[in-house]
Design a protein around this ligand. Sequence first.
Ligand SMILES: C[S@@+](CC[C@H](N)C(=O)[O-])C[C@H]1O[C@@H](n2cnc3c(N)ncnc32)[C@H](O)[C@@H]1O
Length: 267
Amino acid sequence: MRYAYHFEFCERPELPEWLRGELFESLGWVQSSFGLERVLGATVPEFVLEARASRLIELGSGSGRGLASVAAGLDRKGARVPTLATDKYPQTELWRARFGGQAAEVGVSWSERAVGFEDFDQCLAAETLAGSVLLLTAAFHHMDPVRARAFLERAADVRASVVVVEPLERSWVGALLGGLAGLPALAAPLSAARARTLAGFLRTVLVHWLVPVVPLILSHDGVVSALRQRTPADWTALTADLPFERSDRLGLGLLQNFSAILLKYPS
Ligand SMILES: C[S@@+](CC[C@H](N)C(=O)[O-])C[C@H]1O[C@@H](n2cnc3c(N)ncnc32)[C@H](O)[C@@H]1O
């Protein structure tokens, strides 16, 4: 299937923050239903240790749910790697709720300042980035080939490794699974994390059941993001002449549609 870069709702700056929070919280729920937490809790910590990372910095953390699985996986391995959640649209309220109590145990902190794929090297200090792993979960596909190449060049310039986890492959099966992503999202209001306040729960019920805008957006963005995925040949072209050593793990997860790519900056 050919690569195509179409419009996704979830990356639009016009989206109200509360709706973005609902979308990303539901996305985290859908992804974990298909086993993403296993990939994040086992494969990503292995990559972080293989890269001998001084720090783990997630770009595009969304709800932070995925990063919590990675941090717990590192903790299970006895690895103390300082971990930072960031996003162009920081979900500070969700992160405080998710990591506030956990921060001391697994060392997760977050940036209240917006950090983008385009300007991470200006937002974060060079000494913070050198030797770190930049993690992008369900986020690298937001960059078209030109931006993706520019991002990788800047990562190499600051001597950071990159780990890309994507929950869909570019294929008819991937597009179909992406289109079905809205179905499990219908169960998201039942998740315990939603029950923090009555007002929050009612808002979740509104946008999932009464006016199901969240499931519809997730299905649309799911198909579009499948078409934006990279094949191993695309990765070879994207990283040509860059100093990274690449390891691919493909066909992961319950439906064998997840992938994890490590681009290790040589030590
Ligand atoms: C599909 S969500 C994935 C969120 C989270 N990593 C997860 O797996 O649940 C993509 C994330 O990328 C973020 N994002 C989109 N464009 C971005 C940009 N240019 N710079 C940084 N983050 C961006 C969005 O705000 C969102 O949090």
